[in-house]
Design a protein around this ligand. Structure first.
Ligand code: ARG
Length: 457
């Protein structure tokens, strides 16, 4: 079939060039946005008197028919077309004749593709945000179910101080809230209409770009037509937000993988989200968490591909920009899959407070509290720190813990020690005393849970 752009050239291209050039196999997923955008354009052309009102109505009906037929399966994509924009226009012209050829007045595919992609991605952002909220709900419900469960908090993966499991979980809630914020910010900047930029310079027709923008639910229009068709910041920004989100899910996954190991056994994953080994009968592998961790690299790759494609591109549109879609579609598809499996995996995970407690009882994680005890009795912190360290060394040498070291031994190090020290180094006391805002006390965790719930409501 003759190319729609045949004229200057014969429009007969080599089939290998056609395959290389065409994007319909991946941009066909934007058919709804493309058709809706065209309907708004047809309405604007009619309202402005650029085409007759009857022609505008005919175009809108024709476009609606194409949409219905694609949705019902009566019409299939023609993979021989260059892209979704050409496909819709071609079918419209086949169905309506010459009137169909009027649709492309005062617009170009460059603004169409920029428009479709923005409309497509803003919907994806809404879906992804809803999925992030589902993960957040799972985090909050686990935090509520494990509110007073104590485990060691780690730095350098060395036992550091006792914390509540709920406190640890709520750290991820804060990250996910920021991820939601980044997605919302990105959506705001994305929601600007490029339509009417035309190829790059604007148009000589008396168009109404704001009419179209409003019809399509945009907050405004691109104020520079060259920028309108050249800008792919919204893809970069989205993939950057998605990369950060994946980085959080990946850290969380890594911890779940560690916690589910026999070395920790802090949690047990539901059978529904684990796999077995083909050879080792005893295995229960945390594959879902591992895949989320693994797919993080893939999303970073999509972001890098986009940044690298754009780097060095002169204004305005260049065909390189067609590469935007596969990267950004892969990123949103991957993130959605990860979120869909992460939420139920987390919600069905069970904790093992007994093992967490056991781990918390080793490793002298109340040594800071022992130092704080002396500080409260008047000793400078540095001196108290030293004595506490010496007592830990003593315990290691004697094979005991701070809780079982006799008071006489304590007294050899400082006469500020009294019977009440045992109360102060009790793990529950250590946790409950961390009353600073954002600390690990039950009270603080409850405030965090309340805050997150309020943000979600
Ligand atoms: N398929 C193209 C893309 O995805 C649409 C824009 C084509 N514009 C052009 N001037 N060739 O980028």
């Amino acid at each position: 079939m003759e190319k729609m752009w045949a004229g200057r050239t014969s429009g007969t291209t080599d089939s290998i060039a056609d395959d290389f050039n065409s994007s319909i196999r991946f941009d066909c997923r934007m058919y709804r946005q493309d058709i809706t955008g065209s309907m708004a354009h047809a309405a604007m052309l009619g309202a402005q008197g650029i085409i007759a009102q009857a022609e505008s109505d005919q175009l809108i009906d024709g476009l609606q028919g194409i949409l219905d037929d694609l949705e019902s399966g009566a019409l299939e994509f023609d993979m021989g077309c260059e892209d979704i924009h050409m496909f819709v226009e071609q079918v419209l012209t086949q169905r309506l004749g010459d009137v169909g050829k009027k649709l492309h007045t005062a617009r170009s595919r460059n603004d169409q593709v920029a428009l479709d992609l923005r409309m497509y991605l803003r919907e994806e952002i809404d879906e992804i945000s809803a999925l992030v909220k589902a993960v957040l709900e799972a985090v909050v419900s686990q935090a509520e179910a494990n509110k007073e469960v104590i485990l060691p908090g780690y730095t350098h993966l060395q036992r550091a101080q006792p914390i509540l499991f709920s406190h640890h979980l709520m750290a991820y809630a804060m990250m996910l809230l920021r991820d939601l914020g980044r997605l919302a910010d990105c959506r705001k900047r994305m929601n600007v209409s490029p339509i009417g930029s035309c190829a790059l310079a604007g148009t000589t027709y008396n168009t109404d770009r704001r009419f179209e923008a409003e019809k399509l639910g945009f907050d405004g229009i691109a104020l520079n037509s060259i920028d309108g068709v050249s800008d792919r910041d919204f893809c970069v920004e989205l993939m950057s937000a998605l990369s950060t989100l994946m980085m959080h899910l990946s850290r969380f996954s890594e911890e779940i993988i560690l916690w589910a190991s026999w070395e920790f056994k802090f949690v047990e994953l539901s059978d529904a989200y684990t796999t077995g080994s083909s050879i080792m009968p005893q295995k229960k592998n945390p594959d879902m968490a591992e895949l989320v961790r693994g797919k993080t690299g893939r999303v970073y790759g999509d972001l890098m591909a986009m940044l690298t494609t754009l780097k060095g591109l002169p204004l305005a549109y260049n065909k390189d920009m067609q590469e935007d879609k596969e990267a950004v579609f892969d990123a949103v598809d991957t993130v959605k899959m990860c979120l869909k499996v992460f939420a139920p995996m987390l919600a069905t995970m069970t904790s093992r407070p007994d093992n967490m407690k056991k781990a918390a009882q080793g490793g002298f994680i109340n040594a800071t509290d022992l130092a704080d005890y002396l500080v409260k009795k008047g000793m400078p912190f540095r001196s108290a720190y030293k004595i506490s360290g010496q007592l830990v060394a003593k315990c290691i040498a004697e094979g005991c813990v701070l809780e079982t070291l006799p008071l006489e031994t304590y007294r050899q190090y400082s006469d500020l020690f009294d019977e009440d020290l045992y109360q102060d180094i009790d793990l529950l006391t250590c946790v409950q005393k961390r009353i600073s805002e954002g600390g690990t006390s039950v009270q603080s965790v409850e405030a965090q849970i309340a805050y997150v719930k309020e943000q979600l409501a």
